[in-house]
Design a protein around this ligand. Structure first.
Ligand code: FAD
Length: 473
């Protein structure tokens, strides 16, 4: 007798959807579960924001360039799909913050801008003396009153003062989230800092107790030292491709959107952009929240909390040069830019130094970011204008005597979801609404519980567990 197969449809083939498809199919295979898993992807390729250009011996990332090694799910998945020997760490060199047109080395022992060593903070030129004295008030200020959430900016300004926030904490945090720290949620991004404050009173004292010990200042920072990030030497797009290659033949449908999801009795009916209508027992939406809102327009109130969730537009501008074009080089792997600077770039990576495998011998690869809240319009500039803006900015600290041999410009419009104050609660409300009104529907990915690649992979793995639990009921 034929066994009734359960069907799971995953909408969105970025890293979250790929992870879920891979682990679900693997589980079904290993446990001989009668399960059909289909992945529907709107674009003509999988990988979402993981996109790589290979050209003239360069490996250039359009979106993410790496992931944190400490969060182990990404390396584990890369090994699963046969890329273990392609995992490489970054070279850990000096990094800088640019404030008022001057590059300042990142003070040793700072964790997301919070000092865990006093010496480097006392001697750094990043802050004025009054700024340093204000930061020291962290030792005496009581913890904030317990609260559900607050803006990251409010939390850090209260503990460390405006100057440390503007010249160090903000450039680092907004480098990750492309967000406005005065609106971003502390609890959805760095809840550990709140917990440290509540436990130890002082953030600095708490971080000194809990953060992994930093290198001794006497230890030379060698450009060859292993860094804390990993990437795939053939590019992150090849990571997505390797996962796709492991999926069952015929289980990925590309160039097709999921347009609508409707509950029909105990299962779901999905309308696809190719005109097909599918049924599914479970639906996992890993497309960004804007797309999810559209899919569930019949159940609008469920997604109420996400209607006004913004996503920032950014662009990456990668410039390739012959090494001799750089007349004044800098000993380091990159810098982030404080808003107290007359720059439109928000960060720059000396990619040839951070990721030597990415650049052929005798060449230089610089990758800059533009776009942040308040300056998102820059993403609309022409390629030529973006290159001009970036070169002008770079020449304020470097001496680049040539036009780039070529550039790779990647615009990411409304691509960085912003976790504003109250985000965690909105995610909980959405999940609980789905559980009661649309059981068997799940959401995961960068709009919800972390936008780093490992966070997305963790969410994909969690979703697999939820789907399996649901199907076993
Ligand atoms: P996505 O990658 O956005 O995938 C979602 C997919 O859903 C897309 O392929 C889309 O086409 C598809 N889709 C949309 N609508 C539909 C629909 N209706 N039906 C079907 N499919 C649909 N993270 C790091 O860890 N390290 C970094 O260095 C880093 N740098 C970054 C740099 C940039 C410029 C950007 C933009 C992001 C960066 N990130 C980084 C964040 C990280 O890349 C993303 O958060 C992560 O890749 C998002 O994965 P995802 O699966 O949630 O979504």
């Amino acid at each position: 007798m034929a066994v009734d197969k359960k069907k799971v449809v995953i909408a969105g083939g970025g890293i979250t959807g790929l992870t879920a498809a891979y682990y679900l199919q693997k589980y079904a295979r290993e446990h001989q579960l009668p399960l059909e898993v289909k992945l529907v992807e709107a674009s003509s390729r999988v990988g979402g924001k993981m996109q790589t250009v290979t050209k003239d011996g360069f490996t250039i990332e359009r979106g993410p360039d790496s992931f944190l090694e400490r969060k182990q799910s990404a390396a584990r998945l890369a090994r699963e799909v046969g890329l273990g020997d392609k995992l490489v760490n970054n070279s850990a060199g000096k990094s800088y913050v640019l404030v008022r047109e001057q590059l300042h080395p990142m003070p040793g022992g700072s964790v997301m801008g919070i000092p865990t060593e006093i010496g480097p903070f006392v001697t750094t030129g990043l802050f004025s003396w009054p700024g340093k004295v204000r930061a020291a008030a962290d030792f005496f200020l009581p913890p904030s009153e317990a609260q559900a959430d607050q803006p990251l900016g409010t939390f850090f300004r209260r503990r460390l003062g405006d100057e440390v926030v503007e010249n160090l904490v903000e450039p680092l945090l907004s480098g990750i989230y492309a967000g406005d720290i005065d609106q971003m949620s502390l609890m959805a991004t760095f809840p550990q800092f709140y917990q440290v404050e509540q436990k130890y009173g002082s953030l600095v004292r708490g971080m000194r107790k809990t953060a992994p010990k930093a290198k001794k200042p006497s230890e030379p920072v060698s450009a060859k030292k292993k860094g804390i990030f990993l990437t795939v030497s053939t590019g992150l797009e090849s990571f997505a491709d390797a996962i796709e290659a492991q999926l069952e033949p015929g289980s990925v449908l590309k160039s097709t959107r999921v347009d609508k999801v409707m509950k029909e009795g105990g299962s779901y009916s999905l309308r696809l952009s190719n005109g097909e209508q599918w049924n599914a027992d479970c639906v996992l939406v890993t497309a960004p929240h804007e797309a999810a809102l559209h899919m569930f327009s019949e159940y609008e109130s469920l997604f109420d909390g996400f209607k006004n969730m913004p996503s920032t537009s950014v662009a990456t501008v990668s410039l390739a040069f012959p090494a001799e074009a750089i007349k004044q080089d800098i000993d380091g792997t990159g810098f982030v830019v404080s808003r107290n600077s007359d720059h439109r770039i928000t960060a720059c990576t000396w990619t040839h130094k951070k990721w030597p495998h990415s650049t052929p011998e005798g060449k230089v690869l610089l990758r800059c970011y533009v776009g942040r809240p308040g300056d998102e319009g820059i993403v609309e500039q022409t390629d030529a204008d973006l290159v001009k803006i970036v070169l002008e900015d770079l020449n304020k600290t470097m001496n680049i005597m040539a036009e780039p041999e070529f550039s790779v410009i990647s615009r990411w419009k409304e691509a960085m979801p912003q976790y504003l104050v109250g985000h965690k609660q909105r995610v909980e409300e959405l999940n609980s609404g789905l559980r009661t009104q649309l059981p068997g529907v799940y959401v995961a990915g960068s709009s919800y519980e972390g936008l780093g690649i490992p966070d997305c992979i963790d969410q994909g793995e969690n979703a697999v567990q939820q789907v399996l639990d649901f199907l076993k009921r």
